[in-house]
Write a protein that binds this ligand. Structure first.
Ligand SMILES: *[C@@H]1O[C@H](CO)[C@@H](O)[C@H](O)[C@H]1NC(C)=O
Ligand SMILES: *[C@@H]1O[C@H](CO)[C@@H](O)[C@H](O)[C@H]1NC(C)=O
Ligand SMILES: [Ca+2]
Ligand SMILES: [Ca+2]
Ligand SMILES: [Ca+2]
Ligand SMILES: [Ca+2]
Length: 517
């Protein structure tokens, strides 16, 4: 990297050397000086085109004006007619500015100064940034969230708060403290405002801190890593370190919901392939209330991880947090863009982003707690737990450019911008009723921060959610096992479904739709 400007420079010189003999012959004025003007030794002038007499030219006028004030004419400035660059020769001439002031052919003049310009590229001094492949993959092309161009445009999540609902947040860490939002935080396990994690027997209450680092780890502080939205604020709600009840969950989902814009939840029911569970009545009501009343009515964005029960054939449709229409359900792909062994499949998967894979593949580098055996930094964050916070960070970037996106806009933009990948594998990509590709493995595809932010900028809001509940329609047909589907036509619309449940029983089936297609 460091050698490339050098290379450009030598190439440039080479070119100049080859073309300069030609140049001096073709120039109109043989006396044309070829050395560039030194800093502070050049003046830009605008000449009065009206004072050019017949048979004369602006070029000649520029030449004579230059001579009168003791400068050399270096020719027209680009395509700007009447504008010339005049330079000082080897010996300093007298007061150039007043000579130009006095000259009747000069309408305007200005001595040139060096302008400071820096290239729009981001570099960080954080020691672990180079190994954060999910942000910029130099090894496997395209296998990253494509966020660096967003940062180069100064979009880093400023003004947005993401809350991590988890086992606590060590907000005293160098990578968290400057971005920590005490206003959005709470501790429901100890019932106090401070979500500091508690040391435990297995030294594993580091989970929330790791997720928070992925979202908003401070950049350029010579410490550990960089978050996806390193300009955003991050809060913590400690709720997973102790017995959890429906009412606690309900409080968590709406805690400080005018401060917190995005809720990142990397947890769910047991991933054993046998548990069908989800939010209970209060938790459900809180999710619904959050999208209606949170974020001043635009709705909180609830990002949930799709679950790590892949090896037990668990399916995220069994998980009521994932299959809720109020949540953004995020699955994982490994550094090759493939579904890792632990990732679950389901129809309610909205999109995927990067995380760990098999042993040879890299995991996610992020902040870590520094309690017990923690060092404040880890390269071992794994599972769909690591994918959901990356999505939450990307949503923060979207909300910075368009603070008034509704919770439904965010879901729509994800479906529009997620990119299909791994098309060859048995990814079972299909086209849904609205014409979008979707797969049970990858949802609508890979999240791409650049596409998300650009779509957010120009997005036209979708209408409010409308709900309609049909009367009970008895079909007396069994729902066939996947991949066979049952097709049923109602009100002129065709509905198709199949079951991935391994239950041999009747299902009470409720069809809900929030689409206006
Ligand atoms: C990634 O972002 C860059 C801008 O930084 C953009 O030019 C490029 O098209 C994006 N790539 C994809 C695959 O979207
Ligand atoms: C980047 O954004 C921040 C906050 O929005 C602002 O204070 C800063 O001036 C911006 N920098 C540039 C170079 O535009
Ligand atoms: Ca506490
Ligand atoms: Ca850092
Ligand atoms: Ca699960
Ligand atoms: Ca969902």
């Amino acid at each position: 990297m460091a050698s490339s400007p050098q290379m450009c420079l030598s190439l440039y010189r080479l070119l100049l050397l080859t073309i300069s003999p030609l140049r001096s012959h073709s120039f109109f004025f043989p006396s044309q000086p070829s050395s560039p003007c030194g800093p502070g030794r050049s003046w830009a002038v605008r000449l009065d085109a009206g004072s050019v007499t017949a048979g004369c030219s602006l070029e000649r006028l520029a030449h004579s004006v230059a001579e009168e004030v003791g400068l050399e004419n270096h020719g027209q400035i680009g395509q700007l007619e009447g504008h010339y660059l005049l330079c000082q020769g080897v010996e300093d001439s007298a007061d150039v500015d007043s000579a130009l002031d006095r000259n009747p052919h000069v309408l305007w003049h200005s001595q040139e100064h060096i302008l400071r310009r820096s290239k729009r590229s981001v570099t960080f001094n954080d020691p672990k940034y180079p190994s954060q492949w999910h942000l910029h993959n130099d090894v496997k092309q395209g296998m990253d969230i494509n966020v660096t161009g967003v940062w180069e445009r100064n979009i880093t999540g400023v003004g947005i708060t993401v809350v991590v609902v988890d086992d606590g947040l060590q907000h005293t860490l160098a990578d968290i403290q400057p971005n920590y939002s005490p206003e959005g935080s709470y501790d429901l396990n100890s019932n106090d405002p401070d979500p500091m994690p508690h040391p435990d027997g297995h030294s594993d209450n580091h989970h929330g801190t790791r997720c928070a680092g992925e979202i908003a780890a401070v950049s350029n502080n010579r410490f550990c890593a960089v978050g996806v939205a390193y300009g955003a604020k991050v809060a913590g709600i400690r709720v997973l370190d102790g017995p959890l009840t429906d009412s606690m969950e309900a409080v968590a989902f709406n805690k400080h919901y005018q401060v917190n814009d995005v809720y990142s939840c990397s947890w769910g029911p047991d991933d054993d392939g046998r548990t069908v569970d989800g939010p209970h009545p209060l938790g459900k009501a809180a999710l619904q209330h959050g999208v209606i009343a949170g974020r001043r009515g635009f709705g909180n964005i609830f990002v949930v991880a799709s679950g790590n029960g892949g090896q037990y054939d668990d399916n995220c449709n069994y998980d009521g947090y994932a299959n809720s229409i109020y949540t953004v359900t995020i699955g994982a792909v490994d550094e090759n863009g493939k579904r890792p062994f632990y990732a679950e499949e389901c129809a309610s998967m909205l999109a995927v982003t990067f995380s760990s894979g098999s042993r040879q593949l890299r995991s996610i580098v992020t902040s870590d707690w520094s309690l017990q055996s923690g060092t404040g930094c880890t390269d071992g964050h794994t599972g769909t737990s690591a994918a959901a916070p990356l999505a939450a960070g990307m949503v923060a970037l979207m909300l910075q450019v368009r603070p008034c996106l509704s919770w439904r806009d965010v879901q729509h933009i994800i479906t529009y911008t997620a990119t299909q990948h791994d098309a060859d594998a048995q990814a079972d990509w299909g086209i849904n009723g609205a014409g979008f590709h979707h797969s049970y493995k990858y949802g609508f595809g890979l999240l791409n921060a650049w596409r998300l932010v650009n779509a957010a900028k120009v997005w036209e809001s979708v209408p409010f959610l409308v709900s309609y509940q049909s009367p009970i329609l008895k079909t007396n047909e069994g729902i066939p096992e996947y991949p066979k589907t049952l097709t049923h036509t109602w009100n002129g619309k065709r509905f198709r479904w199949s079951s991935t449940l391994k239950l041999n029983d009747w299902l009470h089936f409720i069809l809900r739709t929030n689409s206006c297609y």
